[in-house]
Design a protein around this ligand. Structure first.
Ligand SMILES: C[S@@+](CC[C@H](N)C(=O)[O-])C[C@H]1O[C@@H](n2cnc3c(N)ncnc32)[C@H](O)[C@@H]1O
Length: 287
């Protein structure tokens, strides 16, 4: 029998939360994408999944998030289609988690895709994905994004002189503002003209929302507290300005418009029409 991977804990376990949402979305008749492997990760996670997902609180959290993770996933899927059409053949997923885009999306011939995340997440992921064939050349790199990951990227064949499509999805909130800024500096220094960047920007301001406080108070052991205890980013600067300072011309698609475009309800946790809700920005940018 093959020995299984270790259980995901702490910030690594947050990858499972997104995996749960993708598995749920994939079962819908009107799904925005199909991630047939998401359910397999959850089955493999077993006990770890139950540890993250306390009865009741999990439901409450997912009700507040609504279709957010599905909309976010589709937004970034579409971004990669455009980036490849514009000529990018190098793709870097920073904090890839249980992202299966390398196996799920169609990539032009010659695409070289790099996935970076913590060693425990990638060991778990590779264990579950064994035997699966990616639709591009895929490199998996165990790295701490607060350390010198570009050295590892280069050692795996990344070329800083070629246009790259970068993705920073679901991770900025787990870095301090300084760490996030260093990360963006490292990305930008390795982005040839024509590179593209896609970012989910959310900060601790979310924890201060009435809804988040209510959910946290109702279930002190629950997933809202688990997630928010890991949130570090105190950045208050508008994300478009921040990206511009790093040399990127960014466009944000408001969540209300994204939800409307896909005929979905605005996720309650981020609905500007509701009192005390948080704000999240989904942006794409060009170098
Ligand atoms: C919420 S998950 C998002 C994963 C993926 N981008 C997605 O949307 O499915 C956050 C991920 O960030 C990773 N992460 C957090 N801090 C990190 C760090 N310092 N270095 C590398 N990965 C990190 C975690 O291991 C986890 O996989």
């Amino acid at each position: 029998m093959t020995e299984g991977p270790g259980l995901l804990a702490g910030v690594s376990s947050t990858a499972l939360v997104v995996g749960m949402a993708r598995a749920t979305e994939s079962r819908r008749a009107d799904r925005l994408f199909e991630d047939r492997l998401a359910g397999r990760f959850l089955d493999a996670a077993g006990r770890a999944r139950r540890a993250v997902w306390n009865e009741g609180t999990g439901e409450q959290f997912m009700a507040a998030m609504g279709d957010y993770f599905a909309l976010r996933t589709r937004y970034f899927d579409d971004y990669f289609g455009r980036a490849c059409a514009a000529g990018c053949r190098q793709v870097v997923l920073l904090a890839a988690g249980l992202d299966t885009r390398a196996l799920r999306l169609e990539w032009p011939t010659g695409t070289h895709l790099f996935e970076l995340d913590r060693p425990d997440v990638l060991a778990f992921k590779e264990h579950v994905l064994r035997g699966e064939v990616p639709r591009c050349r895929r490199e998996v790199i165990a790295a701490d994004l607060c350390e010198d990951w570009p050295v590892l990227l280069a050692a795996h064949g990344f070329r800083a002189d070629e246009p790259t499509a970068w993705l920073v999805e679901g991770v900025l909130v787990y870095l301090t503002a300084d760490e996030a800024d260093t990360l963006m500096g490292r990305i930008s220094a390795r982005s040839a003209p024509g590179s593209r960047l896609a970012v989910e920007h959310v900060t601790r301001a979310m924890v201060a929302s009435d809804r988040a406080k209510e959910a946290a108070a109702a279930s002190p052991e629950g997933v809202v507290n688990l997630l928010s205890s890991l949130w570090k980013n105190e950045m208050t600067r508008p994300p478009g300005d921040w990206l511009a300072a790093h040399g990127w011309s960014a466009t944000e698609e408001p969540l209300t418009e994204l939800a409307g475009r896909h005929d979905r309800r605005v996720p309650p946790a981020f609905d500007p029409a509701l009192p005390g809700t948080g704000r999240v920005s989904l942006l794409t940018a060009v170098r």
